[in-house]
Design a protein around this ligand. Structure first.
Ligand SMILES: [Zn+2]
Length: 320
């Protein structure tokens, strides 16, 4: 089944314009954070480029029907390989050989390299020639969280397409259509924003829900100056650097809300309004900036692989 695409009007418009005008580039990069639907858009693009109907994708021609059923012989999802589950040089070489062969069905062959964030430089260099001078029937689609995973030489040959979060309304609608309840949709959107994939992940992950609960509890503990609780909650994350970084990010959103609530009731981005409100009442603007800096430093330290135990202990000292 082809899932519906929510939001992303600019990217959809560009794809439609390229396909309908017959000016489909040979390489495109769909980039944006995890959960935004880059692979869904890549499928939509491939389907549009191969459609034989009047308005692409028509969803009715034999090409569209095969694409919807995931059995189109000219839409090829390149398999991940190698140590880091990027694309090994061998895999890339086999794609370069295959790309010379004419399409099975129609006028094009689409190769989708999804999740390229761990694609190494050797593999990119091997792919460079195909990206620079592809046979006329080849369309290469890449998806990645960050554009800068690619070499400049590769980037210069790709048309970039930014994939963005959708509006909260669209995101709620998408969650309802995915079978979630109104209450679940409301809650997930208030925490994860307009990233549908992230909302679904949050709803399915007890761990992530616990993390947002902890961020609220920690905010309340900072407001009430309960040192023991502050250290106890931080200690939950002292063994896992990645989780610690995500938790610290959630805490930063709470601190931001506490400051915002001094001036307005809108535009909150944290996960627990009540504790942010409590903190807002006891926090000076100066202290707020100080805490934000401490949290940022902790986040940077965690990203730089400092031991989470040490990083969180230092943060605890500043929060108490
Ligand atoms: Zn069609």
């Amino acid at each position: 089944m082809m899932p519906r695409i929510f939001g992303n009007h600019a990217a959809l418009h560009l794809i439609r314009t390229m396909v309908q005008s017959g000016h489909v580039p040979h390489a495109c990069l769909l980039h944006g954070e995890k959960g935004l639907g880059k692979k869904t858009l890549a499928r939509y693009f491939a389907m549009s480029a191969l459609c034989t109907g009047a308005v692409q994708p028509c969803m009715e021609c034999s090409s569209c029907r095969k694409a919807v059923q995931d059995v189109h012989p000219d839409i090829l999802w390149v398999e991940h390989s190698g140590k880091k589950q990027g694309f090994s040089v061998e895999t890339v070489r086999s794609i370069c050989r295959d790309a010379i062969v004419a399409p099975n069905d129609g006028e094009r062959k689409v190769y989708i390299f999804a999740d390229c964030d761990s694609m190494d430089i050797r593999s990119q260099n091997t792919l460079l020639k195909l990206t620079e001078e592809p046979p006329p029937h080849v369309l290469l689609l890449f998806t990645a969280e960050h554009r800068n995973v690619f070499l400049e030489t590769m980037l210069s040959r790709m048309v970039p397409l930014a994939v963005c979060p959708c509006t909260p309304e669209d995101c709620r609608q998408a969650l309802l259509e995915a079978g979630r309840t109104q209450a679940e949709a409301e809650q997930a959107v208030s925490i994860c924003g307009g990233n549908i994939g992230k909302c679904l992940e949050w709803l399915d992950s007890a761990e992530m829900q616990a993390m947002t609960k902890h961020a609220g509890e920690l905010t309340a503990a900072i407001a009430a100056k309960r040192s023991y609780d502050i250290l106890r909650i931080l200690a939950v994350y002292e063994k896992d650097g990645k989780a610690a970084a995500e938790f610290v990010r959630l805490l930063d959103l709470q601190l931001r809300d506490a400051l915002v609530l001094k001036y307005t009731q809108d535009n909150l981005t944290g996960c627990d309004r009540q504790s942010a409100q409590a903190l807002s009442q006891v926090l000076s603007v100066n202290r707020s900036a100080q805490l934000h800096r401490a949290v940022q430093e902790t986040y940077d330290a965690l990203q730089a692989n400092v031991s989470p135990r040490l990083a969180l202990a230092a943060l605890g000292g500043q929060l108490c």
